[in-house]
Design a protein around this ligand. Structure first.
Ligand SMILES: NC(=O)c1ccc[n+]([C@@H]2O[C@H](COP(=O)([O-])OP(=O)(O)OC[C@H]3O[C@@H](n4cnc5c(N)ncnc54)[C@H](OP(=O)(O)O)[C@@H]3O)[C@@H](O)[C@H]2O)c1
Length: 292
């Protein structure tokens, strides 16, 4: 069998003009717990972690109004503003979260406008590089939510529009209204439920930003793929790295439009996750991983 190394590109241009490194950082966990609610308890440590992420080459950070709510965007601004020129902060709106366990979709145009304006203020930005609809609101026609974001883009408050937790039909509907630069759905080594959506994004050069790339449940601590037995662990041992790093490296090899946003609250995990960018997998290893 051919066992050549497969090299992967390390960057992807979101919306054709925001060139980012393909391992970014998902900031959601820098919030109060439980429920990703309230300010992060170790605020200064959180700021340090964000600065370290940028030092390590992160230039894509994913957040949302719903994380905190508001506090997650605030810690990013307090750690990193004035921002490095190449830093892309992607935020999301369209969810109201009055209490830790009460999450309500709100895709009304007037709510999205209010959310964009509040995010601009918290993030201290004039324009949001990538604004994602956090989740479709069943009470509001999808086209109305997307239309509202298209208007905000026209006004210059948003540079690019992304969508999250969507179906293929919703992606096609959104694209018929306005250019869609990214899709953020769950996907990981152990969870391929959104394979059709990833394929569609790859074919159409849309950034695919999988969440839960280490297999985590959004409201629970721990990365199931970091401790897994089996093929991830076997290849990790051979290469002298950790299974979670193989899970991330596999995603980078899987499709060129995947941008990773692993979440962590510890600098050592952050460093480990970033190091996955330089892991080269061979065709034999990829075949074994793809058969899983
Ligand atoms: N669009 C949506 O609806 C949606 C939903 C959920 C999440 N997201 C986005 O996706 C991002 C990532 O999601 P996520 O944080 O839920 O899942 P994840 O990236 O799969 O995993 C994060 C969990 O893994 C642990 N971890 C991270 N690196 C590790 C390592 N090297 N070794 C061992 N454990 C490690 C973290 O704990 P430690 O803190 O101990 O490292 C944390 O508990 C979020 O920050 C958010 O931006 C989006």
């Amino acid at each position: 069998m051919n066992n050549s190394s497969i090299s992967v590109t390390t960057k992807f241009a979101i919306g054709d003009d925001l060139l980012v490194n393909r391992i970014g950082y998902g900031a959601m966990r820098l919030t109060g717990q439980p429920g990703n609610f309230g300010p992060y308890a170790n605020w200064e440590e959180g700021e340090q972690l964000l600065r370290r992420a940028v030092e390590l080459g992160v230039n894509f950070i994913d957040t949302a109004e719903a994380y905190g709510p508001g506090f997650n965007e605030e810690i990013i601004a307090s750690a990193l503003h004035p921002y490095p020129e190449d830093l892309v902060i992607a935020t999301k709106g369209g969810i109201n979260k009055p209490t830790p366990d009460n999450i309500q979709a709100d895709g009304r145009p007037e709510s999205l406008r209010r959310s964009v304006e509040a995010s601009l203020k918290r993030l201290k930005l004039e324009q949001i590089d990538l604004y994602q609809l956090h989740r479709p609101d069943r009470k509001v026609p999808f086209a109305e939510s997307i239309g509202a974001l298209a208007k905000l883009k026209q006004e210059g408050k948003i540079r690019h529009i992304g969508i999250s937790n969507v179906t293929l039909e919703q992606i096609e509907e959104a694209i018929s209204i306005v250019e869609i630069a990214s899709v953020q759905n769950r996907f990981s080594f152990s969870e391929h439920t959104n394979q059709d959506i990833l394929d569609y994004c790859t074919q159409n050069k849309i950034a695919f930003i999988p969440y839960g790339s280490l297999g985590a449940h959004p409201l629970k601590r721990g990365a199931p793929l970091a401790t897994s037995e089996g093929i991830l662990a076997d290849i990790a041992v051979q290469k002298g790295v950790k299974p979670n790093q193989i899970a991330l490296a596999w995603l980078l090899h899987y499709a060129p439009n995947i941008i990773l946003i692993p979440g962590t609250t510890t600098i050592s995990h952050l460093e480990e996750n970033m190091a996955a960018a330089s892991i080269v997998l061979t065709s034999e290893e990829l075949t074994a991983l793809n058969q899983f």
